[in-house]
Design a protein around this ligand. Sequence first.
Ligand code: ZN
Ligand code: ZN
Length: 176
Amino acid sequence: MVFAHDTEAALLAAVALVNSAEEPDTLVSTEDLMSFLDRHDYTGARRGSVAELDAVRELRPRVRMLLTSDRDAAAALVNDLLSEACALPQLVRHGEYDWHTHAVAPDAPVATRIAVETAMAMIDVIRADEMSRLDVCADPDCGGVVLDLSRNRSRRFCSTTCSNRAAVAAYRARHR
Ligand SMILES: [Zn+2]
Ligand SMILES: [Zn+2]
């Protein structure tokens, strides 16, 4: 494990959120948002409203900027997100999850909780000077964000779709 379990979970969720904006957009309905929250084990209040969906959709460019900025810019963005949300880190333990941090109340809006969880996770990334774990997909036609949590830092593509496409292209180039 490169980072603590809650940090890795929050980073994976943030990357999935950002990549949902790639065409075709996969976060377009309240059902999409509910399944995203389920997939990433988000606890806390949900309204299931269009306003909630819109707030999360509006958050995506900001999260993308945070994940793809250089380290100094990312630090400033983390500080902005945390102060806007009046974040107060607290250790909590719930369900099958051992002690980890929550920095906003469970009844805060979903978009606020995602923003703060991402910012808290990025604190670890920035402090460990591991921004190189985050990059844009090596496929020149893809804008997806890649989170590389592998030991040998071998991950270059955002999805198996992109890595398969690159493998096919490389094969064709060899056998021309
Ligand atoms: Zn939790
Ligand atoms: Zn990609």
